[in-house]
Write a new protein. Structure first.
Length: 469
RNA sequence: GCCCCCAUCGUCUAGUGGCCUAGGACACCACCCUUUCAAGGUGGCGGCACGGGUUCGAAUCCCGUUGGGGGUGCCA
């Protein structure tokens, strides 16, 4: 695949951050719309932290949001720690050409010197000492004087005064490469043309750009996108916030809804409609249109998107999407009592009642339970009126004789019973509903009775009446 | 401390000098529909942070203030 090359570089922290997912999606859209490549590089210079299981998690999570490793636009994954030799070689080149120098000062040394001189940070103290490599000698970049101009596709030109950038470390005292260096070397080696990443990296960009230039390469196109924040407008963090993409998948969010929602954080499709198919967003997405300010990750809006996507599913798709929760160990009914045909028939009335796929099982649990779990308070309340017992008995009698067991006649019968007891047609269903479903709220009653069947409906009504004594 | 970024309804956004009496979505409220709960329909509430410029005209351009965020590691 020729064309521009976009790199996506998560760190293997054991989960996939929703903010990272958005950046991945944007890189993915760009790679496709520009006929380029999405390069996945799992970044950590420490091989110890490149845990295979974490990496698999990243690849699974990417696949969930539609970024598949077998897509022709996908390249990788690469593992940064495997390229340590190249990182060190680049550092040595920088030293040989005078762009870097060795320094033997420890953190304590620097602190002491600053205290003595009333300065702050590292003041390039070893610049002209002519030190060579050796144990405890860190390699520092010799930051040139002048200014570094970073051209950023979303922010425009940002100017940094080099005098304010200290000579940063390239190689640690033990010889291992630092992230900043490794990052640039990898990007250059992989011929990355566009670096689209979170805004938090912007202040370090001049340093990286200087490394690119010192290494003799043309820097890539930079694009720093804003971060996602929580209610306190702080960057989403693992400790405080629910940031793992996998968590949303496990809780029953549809990937299409998540993808659509993530795309609208910091960017909006043309027109006034936010819910858009991926193909459309993929071709319309432009970095130049991305917002400059941080965005709040709003669970309520995500839920609304998810509800919309759930309602748009066909019954079959809905059933298939719900399976993991329907057959989970903690499902509200035994798996062997589940009936696909019943669920499929009920799907159109279940879907509008679900925020997540996980909600479905609880909406229809009574259909697949040997006996409904009767809520005592609900039952007491539903049978508190003087008419309720009569309604129950008359309905039972009428249902025993009903010719066609389907929603319409079931409804007509109950309405007639209600009127006979001086109630408004729609007001008699509470005791029936509780007797059948165990609760006062739930899916439409008559469709439920139709699916439950005459035998079971009558059995439940009799059982419930028996408790009244 | 120093550096950088940011600033439109509560939230996500549209807006690139006149189409703006600032549009849409989520949330919230009311009403309608109705068989409970939803969903759906209709309507409502609600915003250009502040102060100076520039201009015939500013949400839009410039400067400042304030507020928020991020960076500043021999972390990534």
């Amino acid at each position: 695949m020729t064309g521009p090359r976009f790199r996506f570089a998560p760190s293997p922290t054991g989960f996939f951050h929703v903010g990272g997912a958005r950046t991945a999606l944007w890189n993915w859209a760009l790679a496709h719309s520009q006929g380029g490549t999405f390069v996945l590089r799992v970044e950590d210079t420490d091989a110890e932290r490149n845990r295979p299981e974490w990496t698999h998690g990243i690849i699974d999570a990417l696949a969930w949001i539609g970024i598949h490793a077998d897509d022709p636009h996908f390249e990788g994954p690469y593992f940064q720690s495997e390229y340590a030799d190249q990182h060190v070689a680049a550092a040595e080149q920088l030293f040989a050409e005078g762009h870097a120098y060795y320094c033997d000062m420890t953190g304590a040394d620097i602190e002491a010197r600053n205290k003595a001189e009333g300065t702050q940070g590292y003041q390039g103290w070893s610049r002209d000492r002519g030190l060579g490599p050796g144990p405890g000698h860190a390699l520092r970049f010799r930051v040139p004087s002048g200014v570094t101009l970073v051209h950023d596709l979303v922010r425009g030109d940002v100017e940094f005064d080099n005098a304010l950038i200290e000579d940063f470390v390239l190689l640690r005292g033990n010889g291992s490469p630092m992230f900043l260096l490794a990052n640039v070397v990898d990007d250059a080696a992989m011929r990355i043309t566009h670096v689209v990443r979170a805004e938090e990296h912007l202040p370090n960009t001049p340093k990286q750009q200087m490394i690119w230039e010192a290494l003799g390469h043309e820097p890539p196109v930079w694009a720093h996108v804003s971060v996602l924040v929580n209610e306190a407008r702080k960057k989403l963090s693992k400790r405080r916030d629910k940031v793992a993409l996998e968590m949303y998948r496990d809780e029953g969010y549809l990937s299409a809804a998540m993808v659509n929602y993530l795309m609208t954080l910091g960017w909006a499709p043309k027109g006034d409609v936010e819910i858009q198919p991926w193909d459309r967003m993929q071709t319309d997405f432009r970095l130049e249109d991305v917002n400059h300010s941080s965005a709040f990750f709003d669970l309520k809006k995500l839920a609304a998107f998810n509800g919309e996507y759930i309602r748009a599913l066909t019954p079959r798709q809905f059933l298939d999407a719900c399976r993991p929760w329907l057959f989970a160990p903690d499902a509200p009914f035994p798996a062997d009592r589940f009936e696909e045909s019943v669920f499929l028939a009920m799907a159109p009335v279940i879907q509008p009642r679900c925020v997540t796929l996980a909600d479905a099982a609880a909406v229809v649990d009574f259909l697949f339970l040997a006996d409904p779990v009767i809520d005592a308070d609900a039952w007491a309340k539903a049978t508190a009126t003087s008419e309720s017992v009569g309604v129950l008995r008359d309905t039972l009698d009428a249902y025993e004789l009903l010719a066609h067991w389907s929603a319409e006649p079931l409804k007509a019968v109950l309405e007639a019973v209600a009127v006979a007891h001086d109630l408004k047609p729609g007001k008699a269903q509470a005791p029936i509903r509780v007797a059948i479903t165990g609760r006062t709220v739930g899916p439409p009653l008559f469709e439920s009775l139709e699916q439950l069947g005459r035998h079971e409906t009558l059995r439940r009504l009799r059982a419930a009446m028996a408790t009244l004594g």
